[in-house]
Design a protein around this ligand. Structure first.
Ligand code: GDP
Length: 364
């Protein structure tokens, strides 16, 4: 091309003010994030790894979506993020409504972001899984932490069974870790099975308690106390300090009745005030101490492996069960055999064996 032709071309870029490499990269990524399926898995993973919150949120929305195409894309993103995950400490936090969970998480979260940690807060809300409104999410929570650039707060997925919500939260943890969050807090209300569910996805489980909350509450908490790595008695301020200290001794004594935990870590019992901040730093020291000890003993890694194993077998169990009961031939035979069993003509064991034979014969 001659010098003259080159000059005439509309494609030619004249010398002038140098443009930035990409004009408003953030706006571009926001636009793209509006149409998640238009983004490639690589774009998602690169965005997540670069710490782009908009892209992270979109990916989590796809994890939570019931649409098949979203689910498929979500699985691709999760698998690509897996090698970059795992480098956080995952903390489960539970306690009855009003114990001070959100105040505590905000206090601990701000303490940690002040120390250059990146903190993600996720929630499992058993009330919202039954679509009856939410115990955790109704009020404006963690006002300061929610505007902290080093924190990311994601409310509980709002629908589905507890198992479904748990799966979404597990997957969300992976994405948050790939995005660079090094402390993940998973919050749940002390109701029903949700504590066991949260326990199965975290490294450290923290139970928030109140002093003098009554015997019935203590009874309810017994099983949960057994799962805890730390029992922290909140609201140890004002007139409540002495009561909280007395409760600490009581809980310590109660813990002696349990067999020593597999982790080798003796659960700590202490007091704190999420409102004044007293005891927040000590609580974090406990988490650090736990991490150091269980990492050197190998328990930390072993527990995570065990959690993966559990998810794997549970997922297979559920799928097998679903496939079995969804089969027409099985449901017809089941109805027939059930009548025989109830009439006392057939043992339930024989009926079960016959049904399982039917399912294996046809599948082969
Ligand atoms: P959640 O339902 O467990 O999340 O509890 P919140 O964090 O919403 O706290 C419930 C109430 O207890 C709020 O009015 C808080 O201000 C109050 N609260 C939380 N932590 C403390 C504390 O350490 N001391 C005192 N005195 N009040 C607290």
């Amino acid at each position: 091309m001659s010098k003259k032709q080159e000059f005439k071309s509309a494609m030619n870029v004249m010398d002038g003010i140098e443009q930035p490499a990409q004009v408003n990269a953030d706006a571009v990524s926001k636009l793209k994030a509006k149409r998640p399926l238009a983004m490639s898995t690589t774009e998602f993973v690169d965005g997540i790894r670069a710490g782009n919150r908009t892209i992270l949120s979109k990916a989590i929305t796809m994890i939570e979506s019931a649409l098949h195409a979203h689910q498929q894309k979500a699985q691709e993103i999760i698998n690509a993020c897996l090698p970059h995950s795992g480098k956080s400490i995952r903390i489960g936090i539970t306690g009855v409504p009003g114990v001070g969970k959100s105040t505590f998480i905000e206090a601990l979260g701000l303490h940690l972001t002040g120390k250059d940690h990146q903190v993600a807060v996720l929630a499992i809300d058993p009330s919202s899984t039954r679509s009856k409104g939410s115990i955790l999410g109704d009020k404006t929570r963690m006002e300061q932490l929610s505007v902290d650039s080093r924190a990311y707060i994601r409310p509980s997925p709002s629908a589905g069974s507890l198992g479904g919500v748990a799966r979404k939260t597990r997957e969300t943890i992976i994405l948050c870790e790939a995005a660079g969050f090094d402390v993940i807090m998973v919050e749940t209300v002390g109701v029903g099975q949700s504590e066991t569910t949260v326990r199965s996805m975290v490294d450290f489980f923290l139970l928030l308690m109140l002093a003098g909350a009554g015997d019935e509450l203590q009874g309810m908490k017994r099983g949960i106390m057994e799962m805890a790595d730390a029992i922290i008695i909140n609201k140890a301020d004002g007139d409540n300090i002495n009561k909280a200290r007395a409760a600490r001794i009581e809980y310590k004594n109660a813990l002696h009745l349990y067999p020593p935990p597999e982790s080798g870590w003796i659960p700590v019992v202490d007091v704190c005030s999420a409102r004044t901040g007293t005891g927040i730093e000590t609580t974090w020291d406990y988490v650090m101490d736990f991490t150091e000890k269980t990492k050197s003993s190998g328990f930390f890694e072993e527990q995570r492996k065990q959690q993966f194993r559990q998810v794997l077998t549970e997922t297979i169990d559920q799928a097998l069960k679903r496939d079995f009961y969804n089969r027409k031939d099985i449901s017809h035979a089941l109805a027939r055999y059930e009548k025989e069993v109830l009439a006392g003509n057939l043992s339930p064991y024989t009926a079960a064996a016959m049904l399982l034979t039917i399912s294996s014969e046809v599948v082969r």
